[in-house]
Design a protein around this ligand. Structure first.
Ligand code: R5P
Length: 294
């Protein structure tokens, strides 16, 4: 097996290859003066199963992913597994208003043209993966998150909204801690309202778990609510730190005591690695026959 890292996920690709004890090639990637992508996999031929690690966010990474797949196939890749740590466009998984596209399906249609298997991590809605023609599976980062916070004195695990409730439950159970979710109403793209927690958080060290932090509006509203309810500390963790604009600065300079995310997207707070989770799945797949049905 050979791991090929796209430009969005080089560190994760290197760590994954190390855990799998296999070769890692970092695809070179530059832009032509007009902005078009040029990518290249160094070497003569691949002649092995290949794992390509690359996000589909921001947009330019989608093009790079398509080009790397084509290059890998041409270099003799036997079977291609796409590892998409952060699957962009997963939130538009259906038509909300007439005239909109089904963005997630569009991505899947194009990304799935050449590959034989797809792995994602905490994709916003995993039901969209059934649209891939090849086997596709979403892996959960909860084990890595729970392991990281296990000895950090957390008392309660909360999700900021009902959509993240299962995630908080999974992390809470793994840490043997009480868990619940808050109720959120989205007022606009950047503003949300969070209702007071049902659980008593007074003098508690609370861990809020979400899948994505984008503007940080959700997490900040949840933190303010919990601090008003007397929480001793609020730690915030998400799988995908999208962090638009100066979100990291705004969040860490505010009432949040600890801000962390997984390394599906690289940032200065992406300290929790999902490499083990992906490596375990790939090893398991190898034993079962890598490209068998899920
Ligand atoms: C929403 O359904 C997601 O799980 C996140 O809560 C949301 O995407 C976070 O966005 P923001 O940081 O902009 O509030």
């Amino acid at each position: 097996m050979i791991v090929i890292g796209g430009s969005s996920s080089r560190d994760l690709a290197k760590e994954l290859a190390m855990r799998l004890d296999c070769k890692c090639i970092l695809a070179s990637s530059t832009r032509f003066p007009d902005g078009e992508c040029y990518t290249r996999i160094e070497g003569e031929s691949l002649n092995d199963d290949v794992v390509i690690v690359q996000n589909t966010y921001p947009d330019q990474n989608i093009i790079e992913m398509l080009l790397i797949q084509d290059a890998a196939k041409r270099m003799g890749a036997k079977k291609i597994t796409l590892v998409i740590p952060y699957f962009g466009y997963a939130r538009q998984d259906r038509i909300f208003k007439p005239g909109e596209p089904e963005s997630a399906k569009v991505m899947i249609k194009h990304l799935g043209l050449v590959c034989d298997r797809v792995l994602t991590i905490d994709i916003h809605k995993d039901n969209i993966l059934k649209n891939f023609k090849c086997p596709a599976k979403d892996l959960k980062a909860s084990a890595a998150i729970a392991e990281y916070f296990m000895d950090k004195g957390i008392d309660v695990v909360l999700a900021p909204d009902a959509g993240a409730a299962e995630r908080a439950k999974d992390v809470g159970k793994r840490m043997d801690l009480p868990y619940d979710h808050l109720e959120k109403v989205r007022l606009s793209g950047t503003e949300v309202r969070i209702a007071p927690a049902r659980m008593d958080c007074k003098d508690k060290n609370v861990l809020i778990v979400d899948d994505i932090i984008a503007t940080g509006g959700t997490i900040l509203a949840a933190t303010i609510q919990l601090k008003q309810a007397g929480a001793k500390s609020v730690s915030v963790v998400c799988t995908h730190g999208v962090f638009t604009g100066d979100a990291i600065q705004r969040l860490t300079g505010n009432q949040i005591d600890v801000l962390l995310c997984c390394n599906t997207l690289e940032s200065k707070v992406s300290n929790i690695s999902v490499a083990n989770i992906v490596a375990d799945e790939l090893k398991k797949g190898k034993k079962k026959g890598l490209f068998g049905k899920n």
